[in-house]
Design a protein around this ligand. Structure first.
Ligand code: ZN
Length: 422
């Protein structure tokens, strides 16, 4: 696969994945196409050597793996399916001032200002009963713009460009219609009908997020950049997924994409939960084998890294400031906010050298706080040697983030060529 095809596929994946549910569904589709077999956690597993498998949890997290005979160690790649967004509250409809608005809750560390004046749509998961009173679940994606959060005009706030703050409860409610008889359940039933569910009785629960309808795009005089929602962290999901689909199935590789990283990873489908450990134990012949495998494997936690911002350069440490399109960043933190250590960094650097790809080193300024990833959580739970890496990105947690159009393909080349044994 060449870089152009790789990036075109990336744009399609980003557009088709407005929520973790959709991202997981799309990855499952890719794995099925590549010949992987789906497992159900509730069944007894009878894994066969030489086959490749995947398993989902909560329909928002996914693990996929090859299963070669006598695998001593695994190359594991981890990412997350969720991104900061505005989620509908359970009873979201507010009718006032001549319009209908939605009450929303912010999910994750959202950069709020970019959400104003965007053409927003709605997607997520809906649970309902059908004509036979059976519980059903479906993913919806409205696709067309149905909501907008209008800015307050500068004439009504002359300090707007100096110190306007955004109140999460009152200032970011999207407007959806002027029609006073709007009912959310009826709207959701119409959406389900479009999917072929003709006998929906009752909407029971929903997990719905707003998203920007502007498509992912190349930007720059020479298409140097890719701009999109949810680059953090669907970019790494895409690289990990494609790498696993591309490698020889005789090579032991595992890919995990967890939900709920943006809110701390503590959930059944988050990296703090039991999903990965339970899967690895079921792949192992014994506790002895499991421990040996964990201590011989390498986990690469891939999550976007802050590229040096050309208008705010002093937000970075000069010697550790990743530049867009200059290669993946290895993330290092003395206080273990990242899981990288000298052994895992060295292995990764050797892999990059083999793939003839540049690597940059990222360390947060010592006078600033440092984010974290699923890396330290996974390393702590499993005892697997781990490295944190990330593709340089501007505007992280904005509704539109920017990365380089060279870097993701470079990481793909590293993943597909890397040997755990160095
Ligand atoms: Zn992230």
């Amino acid at each position: 696969m060449d870089k152009q095809d790789f990036n075109e596929g990336l744009l399609g994946f980003l557009d088709a994945s407005p929520t973790p549910y959709h991202a997981t569904q799309n990855m499952a589709g890719m794995f099925l196409n590549a010949g992987f077999i789906e497992l159900d956690e509730r069944d007894e597993w009878k894994l066969k050597y030489g086959k490749s498998y995947f398993v989902r949890r909560n329909n928002s997290s996914i693990i996929a793996l090859t299963y070669p005979k006598d695998a001593k160690n695994y190359l594991m790649v981890g990412a997350h399916t969720d991104s900061p967004n505005l989620k509908l509250k359970p009873n979201p409809v507010i009718k006032e001032h001549g319009v209908v608005k939605f009450g929303v809750e912010s999910y994750g560390g959202l950069l709020l200002n970019p959400w104003f004046d965007r053409d927003l749509s709605l997607a997520g998961s809906v649970s309902f009963t059908d004509g036979q009173n059976r519980l059903q679940n479906a993913l919806i994606d409205v696709q067309k713009p149905i909501a907008i959060i209008p800015s307050l005009a500068i004439h009504l706030d002359d300090k707007a460009n100096k110190d306007r703050s955004v109140n999460k409860q009152t200032d970011i409610c999207p407007v959806v219609t002027c029609s006073d008889d709007f009912e959310l359940d009826n709207f959701l039933k119409e959406q389900l009908q479009l999917l072929g569910y003709d006998d929906v009785q009752e909407i029971l629960a929903h997990d719905l997020s707003l998203y920007d309808t502007q498509k992912a795009s190349f930007v720059g005089f020479q298409d140097e950049f890719i701009a999109s929602s949810r680059l953090d962290n669907l970019l790494s999901c895409y690289v990990g997924m494609l790498s696993l689909c591309s490698i020889d199935p005789n090579k032991a590789m595992l890919f995990v994409a967890n939900d709920h990283e943006e809110v701390g990873s503590d959930s059944t489908s988050g990296a703090g939960g039991s999903f990965l450990e339970a899967t690895l134990k079921r792949m192992s012949r014994s506790d002895e084998h499991f421990t040996q495998m964990m201590r011989s494997s390498l986990m690469i936690s891939a999550d976007n890294a802050h590229a040096i911002h050309p208008n705010y350069p002093n937000k970075h440490d000069t010697n550790h400031a990743p530049i867009i399109n200059k290669g993946v960043a290895v993330k290092i933190n003395a206080n273990q906010r990242y899981a990288s250590n000298i052994t895992t960094v060295s292995k990764f650097l050797l892999g990059a050298k083999k793939a003839q790809e540049d690597v940059q080193k990222f360390v947060t300024r010592s006078d600033m706080g440092c984010g974290s990833t699923i890396g330290p959580i996974t390393a702590t739970k499993l005892g697997v040697e781990t490295i944190d890496v990330g593709l340089p990105t501007w505007g992280m947690h904005s509704i539109r983030e920017v990365c380089g159009s060279d870097d993701a393909y470079g990481l793909y080349k590293i993943f597909t060529g890397l040997e755990v044994d160095g």
